[in-house]
Design a protein around this ligand. Structure first.
Ligand SMILES: [Zn+2]
Ligand SMILES: [Zn+2]
Length: 340
């Protein structure tokens, strides 16, 4: 089958690749759309994703598609069903699975390699989507499910102040989730000034360019007494370090952006201590896929504003290298799966 295959650092190509094995509990899905994730770019640059990467491997894990075959033991799906798949499979019998932390499973594996014609995830990872949800919008399910987990960890209460660092596609979803969660002030810290109108449309109440403005001063001047939640959605050394500075007293800082293991942030424990910060990291999407589908199906997310480009697989290698559209928002890759 045709797929975008990662062969090694800075080497991804459209190639012929063997189809994934079809187990008796698996659902074969013709992929319609698959989003480009920050982790795909991380992998392209020779770093790990949510797991180590062993090339050659097909990239992409944010897939929507149509069921084209089902294994003999599959009970809930039939040919023609419109679906999305959670890429993270867990074993259900290890210590972490048995204690409700399926995303930390010791035997976890990725079961969606979505820049391909077909994926064959186990039935347990597949979710039906309503007819009202387009295949394009459905491809946002996985990144939204991860964002929901991050927002859950932030524990935003109605009326709280939330500061979001970086407004790529994840930052945009975080703005929406902060609005839906009832935040009174939603502050976006983002150096690309052109993103301000979209930030405001999605729910931001204050947009700050950190390259020209002193973030803490602008927040103070706006009459905001305390920033209770900071969600870091970039993963660079300085944006992570700055997140701790933006956080108010007693604040929760959620580190969502994927960091560079070779360039970790400097952590000033004393500053954090003085503010009694709660610092959390957010890892993948435990039990949040259905909630993401629910939000997307009921038009709670401005999908058409977040999706900035739909491209063919042939364009993916260049995009991974240049991030031309990725820097503006979500890029979807159009695969061959079609609705009847
Ligand atoms: Zn992703
Ligand atoms: Zn497990």
């Amino acid at each position: 089958m045709k797929a975008v295959v990662y062969f090694g650092k800075h080497d991804a190509r459209v190639s012929n690749f063997k189809e994934p094995p079809m187990g008796e509990d698996c659902v074969k899905i013709a992929v319609s759309y698959c989003g480009i994730c920050g982790t795909d770019i991380h992998k392209f640059n020779g770093m790990g994703g949510s797991r180590p990467v062993i090339p050659p491997v097909v990239l992409g894990h944010e897939a929507s598609g149509i069921v084209v075959d089902v294994g003999s033991k599959v009970t809930n799906f039939k040919v023609g069903d419109r679906v999305v798949a959670d890429p993270n499979w867990s074993c259900s019998h290890c210590y972490y699975c048995k204690n409700g932390k399926t995303h930390l499973c010791e035997n976890s594996r990725g079961v969606v390699k979505g820049f391909a014609e077909y994926i064959c995830p186990p039935e347990s990872n597949v979710y039906k989507i309503p007819d009202s949800l387009s295949m394009e919008h459905a491809a946002l399910t996985e990144p939204l499910s991860c964002s929901i987990h991050g927002m859950d960890l932030a524990e935003v209460k109605t009326g709280d102040t939330v500061l979001i660092v970086g407004m790529g596609s994840i930052g945009s979803m975080m703005v929406e989730l902060a609005r839906i969660s009832g935040a009174s002030n939603i502050i976006v810290v983002e150096p690309v000034k052109e993103k301000e109108p979209l930030a405001k449309k999605l729910g931001a109440t204050l947009f700050i360019d950190p390259t020209t403005q002193n973030v803490n001063q602008v927040v103070k001047d706006a009459g905001i007494e305390n920033v209770q939640h900071v969600i870091e959605c970039v993963g660079l050394k300085n944006t992570i370090e700055n997140s701790f500075e933006y956080a108010g007293k007693g604040a929760t800082v959620v580190l969502f952006g994927l960091g560079d293991p070779n360039n970790p942030p400097v952590f000033n424990q004393y500053n954090a201590f003085q503010k009694e910060l709660v610092i959390k990291t957010s890892f993948v999407n435990p039990h949040t896929t259905q909630r993401a589908i629910n939000l997307l199906s009921h038009d709670q997310i401005h999908c058409d504003d977040i999706i900035v480009k739909i491209m063919d697989p042939e364009e993916v290698p260049k995009e991974l290298a240049t991030k031309t559209y990725f820097n503006k928002g979500k890029v979807l890759v159009r695969m061959s799966g079609k609705e009847n």
